[in-house]
Ligand binder design. Structure first.
Ligand code: NAD
Ligand code: IPM
Ligand code: MN
Length: 365
C-alpha cells in the first residue's frame, strides 16, 4: 500500500462535473486495493485565466511537476474564444503537455459489446474494433515556428509550420512499435507523404526503425485514405502512429466507432520518471456544461490508464474498468450513449452507479 500524489486539473465546462464523479470512484477503487490517492487541485484553461490571467499558471506547473501523475478533465469555452492565441485556454493545455514533455499520446478506441449499437455506424462494421492511436503530442504544426498572422501585400496572412526532426519521429515511432508488439503486431503509419516533405521524412524514419521490429507488420497510409478506411472497415486497424494534427482528427473520428466521444480516454506519456497526463479525448462540451448531462466514463477510463501505465496499479485499473463494464451491463447510460430500453442517467448518477459497483464488480471478476 502506498500514497500517490495526483495533480487534478478540472478545467472548464463539464470538467468539474466529470472530475467529481471520477475522483469519487478512483478513491474507492484505490481504497479497495489499499492504495491512497492524494489529490491536489489546480486551475488550468479558462478557469485559470479567470483566477490568475494565465491559462497555465506557474503554481499549476509546479504542482504538476511535483506529482506522480496529472489527471486532467478538459478546457475551453465560448467565454475565452475571442482572446488572442497566447491567452486562450487551449494554449494552457499545450503548455502543460510541453512542460512535461508528454510527447506520446495513446488514444485507444475500443468498441465495448454493450455499445456496439450506440455507434452511428452499423454494428457489423464496429463490432470488435480495438484500435490504438499513437499521436505525437508536443511537435508538428501545433508547435512549429514560424507561425503567426501578419500583413503581406496589403492583406493579412496566417501561417504555421509543420515540422518534425528525425529524433522526434523516432521516439514516437518507437513507442508505437513497442505498443504494437504488445497488441496485434500490426502498425499503420499515417501521413501525407505524397505532398508534404515533413511526411516524407516521417515515413523514412518509420521505415528505418521497422528494421528493429521484424515481427511488426508495418503499413503506410495517407491521412485522407485513413480517414475513409476507418469508417469503411475499422477492424483493419490495430495500432496507428501519426503526427499531432492528424492524430487529433483521427481520434475524434475513431470515437464515433465506440459510440461517443464521451467514451474515449487517453494517456499522454513523457520520458521515464516524469509524470504523465491522463486526459479524456473530448473537450469541455460547453453545449451541455452545468446540466448534469456529461458522460464521465472517458475520464474514469483515463484514470484507469493512469493507474495502469503511470502508477503501476493494475488492480486499481481493473476495478475501474470493471465498474464501467458493470454500469453498462446494468443498462445505465448518459444521453450521448442512450439506447432504447436503457436507463438514462446524468453525470452525477452515473458516478453513484460506478461508486456502488467498484467494490463488488472486481470481486465478481
Ligand atoms: P467537445 O469535445 O467539447 O464537444 C464535441 C461534442 O461532443 C459536443 O456536442 C459535446 O456535447 C459532446 N461531448 C464531448 N464530451 C462529452 C461527454 N463527456 N459527454 C457527453 N457529450 C460529450 O468539442 P468542441 O465542442 O469542438 O470544443 C469545445 C471546447 O473544448 C473548445 O474550447 C475546444 O477548444 C475545447 N477542447 C478541449 C479539449 C481538451 O481539453 N483536451 C479537447 C477538445 C476540445
Ligand atoms: C485534444 C484537443 C486539443 C488538441 C486542443 C484543445 C488543444 O483537441 O486534446 O484533442 O488539439 O490537442
Ligand atoms: Mn482533439
Amino acid at each position: 500500500a502506498a500514497t500517490h500524489k495526483i495533480a487534478v486539473l478540472p478545467g472548464d465546462g463539464i470538467g468539474p462535473e466529470i472530475t467529481a464523479a471520477c475522483l469519487q470512484v478512483l478513491t474507492e477503487a484505490g481504497r479497495a486495493e489499499g492504495e491512497e490517492f492524494v489529490y491536489t487541485e489546480a486551475p488550468i484553461g479558462g478557469a485559470a485565466i479567470d483566477a490568475t490571467g494565465d491559462p497555465y499558471p506557474a503554481s499549476t506547473e509546479e504542482i504538476c511537476k511535483a506529482s506522480d501523475s496529472v489527471l486532467l478533465a478538459c478546457i475551453g469555452g465560448y467565454k475565452w474564444d475571442s482572446l488572442p492565441n497566447s491567452q486562450r485556454p487551449e494554449k494552457g493545455l499545450l503548455r502543460l503537455r510541453a512542460s512535461l514533455n508528454a510527447f506520446a499520446n495513446l488514444r485507444p478506441a475500443v468498441v465495448l459489446p454493450q455499445l456496439a449499437d450506440a455507434s452511428s455506424l452499423k454494428r457489423e462494421v464496429v463490432e470488435g474494433v480495438d484500435i490504438l492511436i499513437v499521436r505525437e503530442l508536443v511537435g508538428g504544426i501545433y508547435f512549429g515556428e514560424p507561425r503567426g498572422i501578419e500583413v503581406r501585400n496589403g492583406e493579412r496572412v496566417g501561417f504555421n509550420t509543420d515540422i518534425y526532426s528525425e529524433s522526434e519521429v523516432e521516439r514516437i515511432a518507437r513507442v508505437a512499435f513497442e505498443a504494437a508488439m504488445k497488441r496485434g503486431k500490426r502498425l499503420c503509419s499515417v501521413e501525407k507523404s505524397n505532398v508534404l516533405e515533413v511526411s516524407q521524412l516521417w515515413k523514412d524514419v518509420v521505415i528505418r526503425l521497422a528494421g528493429e521490429y521484424p515481427e511488426v507488420e508495418l503499413s503506410h497510409m495517407y491521412i485522407d485514405n485513413a480517414a475513409m478506411q476507418m469508417i469503411r472497415n475499422p477492424r483493419e486497424f490495430d495500432t496507428i502512429v501519426t503526427g499531432n494534427i492528424f492524430g487529433d482528427i483521427l481520434s475524434d473520428e475513431a470515437s464515433m466507432l465506440t459510440g461517443s466521444l464521451g467514451m474515449l480516454p487517453s494517456a499522454s506519456i513523457s520520458e521515464p520518471g516524469k509524470p504523465g497526463i491522463y486526459e479524456p479525448v473530448h473537450g469541455s462540451a460547453p453545449d451541455i456544461a452545468g446540466q448534469d448531462k456529461a458522460n464521465p466514463l472517458a475520464m474514469v477510463l483515463s484514470a484507469a490508464m493512469m493507474c495502469r501505465y503511470g502508477l503501476n496499479l493494475p488492480k486499481v485499473a481493473d476495478r475501474l474498468e470493471a465498474a464501467v463494464t458493470a454500469a453498462l451491463d446494468a443498462g445505465y447510460r448518459t444521453g450521448d450513449i442512450m439506447q432504447p430500453g436503457c436507463t438514462l442517467v446524468g453525470c452525477r448518477q452515473m458516478g453513484e452507479v460506478l461508486l456502488n459497483t467498484v467494490t463488488e464488480a472486481a470481486a465478481a471478476k
